[in-house]
Ligand binder design. Structure first.
Ligand SMILES: C[S@@+](CC[C@H](N)C(=O)[O-])C[C@H]1O[C@@H](n2cnc3c(N)ncnc32)[C@H](O)[C@@H]1O
Length: 254
């Protein structure tokens, strides 16, 4: 489900009415499709539960001010709010933000902004930044991470989930079957098939940093890794919990 968003996030060289209408239609379609795919999809819900658990450890169970960077339709933001955090979801695509706002949840607000060119929040506004499946294709990953760093308070943490290899249909199906069995592999098609369709329809520029490259990227942006492990569909993604480097005395926010 990443390819369309990459395409949508590109600058519009012509900026014509037809192009804008097409982008809007794709954003709306993507939003509907994405919400249908993830609703009740066990591997995705397990990933969200995992993120909730890591945040609980980071904050020692206290509620945090969390920024969900590139929140899409807001699934992560709502889940974190249900866990008791105060969450701001931020996304570049206005139609996705509008869709997110149509599914209100206590403790969440959604903001339309570009994380790489200015979010409008004061430095140190958040205790934690969370970003799910965005860093691996974003054209300016360091700009995204720089803004996360600026927005975090002095003891702030980042949770980044990033693909380290493509969620290719055949290889991921095989990997899930080998680890979790045939039934789980068939279930995984719910994610893998739409991803394959989007990737077949759109040119996109995803990159798949290996683990050392991903860690180097976070280090270059000023973060120290606390925990890093494979997650989601036979480990196609990597969940990294990191903290600001100038914060050596504690691995917890509180
Ligand atoms: C693959 S989607 C992930 C959505 C969400 N994190 C999730 O996993 O459900 C990537 C998201 O990044 C957003 N995005 C891309 N560039 C962005 C930017 N510069 N600032 C904010 N959001 C951006 C896209 O609009 C899209 O919603």
């Amino acid at each position: 489900m990443t390819a369309t968003m990459t395409w949508l996030a590109r600058p519009r060289p012509m900026g014509g009415l037809v192009e804008r209408a097409l982008e809007r239609a794709i954003a709306l379609t993507y939003g509907v499709a994405y919400d249908r795919v993830v609703r009740g999809f066990a591997p995705y819900q397990a990933l969200l539960d995992d993120i909730v658990d890591v945040l609980a450890r980071a904050g020692r169970g206290r509620p945090l001010r969390v920024l969900d960077v590139a929140c899409g339709t807001g699934t992560v933001a709502r889940r974190l709010a249900r866990a008791g955090h105060t969450v701001t979801g931020l996304d570049l695509i206005a139609d996705l933000v509008a869709r997110a706002r149509r599914q209100p949840s206590a403790g969440v607000t959604f903001v339309h902004a570009d994380v790489t060119t200015g979010t409008g929040f004061a430095a140190g506004t958040f205790d934690a930044c969370v970003s799910l499946h965005t860093l691996n294709w974003h054209p300016r990953p360091l700009a995204l991470l720089d803004e996360c760093r600026r927005l975090l308070g002095p003891r702030g943490h980042a949770l980044i989930a990033c693909y380290t290899r493509p969620a290719a249909l055949r290889s991921t199906f095989g990997a899930v079957r080998a680890i979790n069995g045939f039934g789980a592999a068939v279930s995984a098609l719910r994610w893998l098939a739409p991803t394959a369709i989007f990737e077949a329809c759109r040119h996109y520029d995803a990159r798949y940093p290996d683990v050392p490259a991903l860690h180097d990227e976070l280090a270059a942006a000023g973060f120290d890794i606390i925990e890093s492990r494979p997650v989601f569909l036979a480990g196609v993604s990597r969940l990294v919990w990191a903290r600001l480097s100038d914060n050596p005395e504690s691995d917890s926010l509180l």
